[in-house]
Design a protein around this ligand. Structure first.
Ligand SMILES: [Zn+2]
Length: 425
């Protein structure tokens, strides 16, 4: 054997040692496939698993996770020897919750002429609270100055903790009624341009105010024709449209124009219900919101008519929600998390159940159905192989007490443990 051959063998031996060091950190060591430590399999033992699609809960399920994804799930699944085991066998595990309507940039402290930088600091804090409360995905409907885009991107880079964000950027809004102003063709052209501008800035969804805020009555700000142009322009970039509408005519115009969801939907009538079912439009009812405002009158600087409108909403919306539910309208959970509500998003689930949903329906509204509305059904919303390992756990049983979801004790997002108050290793 020549010196050259000896050197080559020594080099191969050395490379082999390095190679085995690498593979020993992974669960697939025996296959000889070099993988990094971050892809070590994690196994979660679940006492009960609500997977987002099966009825009831599955006992003694095991979830296997590789990297940021779920790789397998099932009852009494065999746990690979090298896996890191997280024992949640005394808890109920669910998919990470999804809030289809948040405002992460809203906060209570008043800053005169607040700068974008200050807003961003609050938004980052709100995002952290939201994630720690078990909401691993949100759709943020309305933020100025691109703060929602920057926050989303920072979270995706791993530099700031928070949920996955479907962000709208600046909402389309008009201060006067739809009938006022310039010619229709010019209004439509301006709207299309506004949609394209949002898309270019980084929007994942388009938000439009079809009626004014809570006290806006029945007047519509955009006609059906205008909303249809917005839907069409958004769909060119495969984006959906979320329409804010309290008043009956606004709800109907938005549904006929083809929006994906109507936010609030407070004063829907029988015809609106029929239209929503025919168009498979999602209703995002925001039932808790008026209660949140009314309990914190000192924090919000609303005029008398706005407060009166909120009392009306509180009294009226649960009844309309129940009618829509009974008729079979597709309902998705959205808290409208405004100032002071970040991290308490699950109160909306409690109100959905108080207003007539079963706990299971409410959970589906905040997982599998919300994922569908976001167009993210391939990545979040259920515990299924191939989806992000976004999951939460609670000590009790949310099927018998939906309030359990306000006490989320374990949060994992993309395979990374965010919070663990269950004593699980
Ligand atoms: Zn809102």
């Amino acid at each position: 054997m020549s010196n050259y051959q000896r050197a080559a063998i020594a080099l191969l031996f050395l490379l082999g040692s390095i190679f085995s060091l690498v593979v020993d950190t992974g669960s697939q060591a025996k296959t000889g496939t070099p993988i990094s430590a971050s892809t070590q399999t994690t196994a979660i033992r679940c006492g009960r698993l609500i997977d987002g699609k099966s009825p009831g809960a599955i006992s003694n399920a095991v979830i296997l996770i590789g990297g940021d994804r779920i790789t397998a799930v099932g009852p009494d699944l065999e746990i690979p020897r090298a896996a890191r085991v997280i024992d949640l066998s005394h808890a109920t595990v669910l998919p990470g919750l999804i809030d289809a309507h948040t405002h992460l940039t809203y906060h209570c402290d008043a800053w005169p002429n607040e700068s974008t930088a200050v807003t961003a600091i609050y938004a980052a804090e709100n995002a952290r609270r939201t994630l720690e409360a078990g909401f691993t995905t949100v759709r943020n409907l309305g933020a100025d100055a691109g703060v929602d885009f920057a926050l989303r991107d920072a979270i995706n880079r791993g530099t700031s903790p928070g949920p996955r964000i479907v962000a709208s950027g600046v909402p389309l809004i008009r201060s006067s009624s739809a009938a006022a102003g310039t010619h229709m063709s010019a209004r439509i052209a301006a709207l299309r341009q506004a949609v394209r501008k949002n898309i270019a800035a980084g929007a994942n969804v388009i938000k439009i105010f079809v009626t004014a805020g809570a006290g806006g009555g029945n007047a519509i700000l955009f006609t059906e024709e205008e909303i249809r142009a917005v839907v069409e322009e958004a769909s060119k970039a495969n984006l959906k449209v979320a329409a804010h509408a309290h008043g009956t005519e606004g709800i109907k115009a938005a549904v006929r124009a083809g929006v994906a969801s109507v936010e609030h939907c407070s004063y829907l009538d029988d015809e609106a219900i029929k239209l929503m079912i025919a168009h498979h439009t999602a209703m995002v009812p925001t039932l808790y919101l008026p209660n949140h405002y009314l309990a914190r009158r000192d924090k919000f600087d609303f005029d008398h008519s706005r407060w009166r409108a909120l009392v009306d909403l509180r009294n009226q919306t649960p009844r309309n929600f129940l009618k829509a539910l009974a008729a079979g309208v597709w309902i998705v959970m959205g808290s409208d998390a405004v100032a002071g509500l970040h991290g308490e998003n699950a109160k909306e689930l409690e109100w959905m159940v108080k207003s007539g949903m079963t706990s299971e329906q409410a959970i589906h509204a905040a997982t599998v159905d919300a994922a569908q509305l976001l167009g993210w059904q391939d990545r979040v919303g259920t515990i299924d192989p191939g989806k992000f390992a976004d999951l939460i756990a609670v000590a009790g049983d949310p099927l018998s007490d939906i309030g359990e979801l306000q006490r989320v004790a374990f949060v994992m997002k993309g395979g990374v443990m965010i919070k663990n108050e269950l004593g699980a290793k």
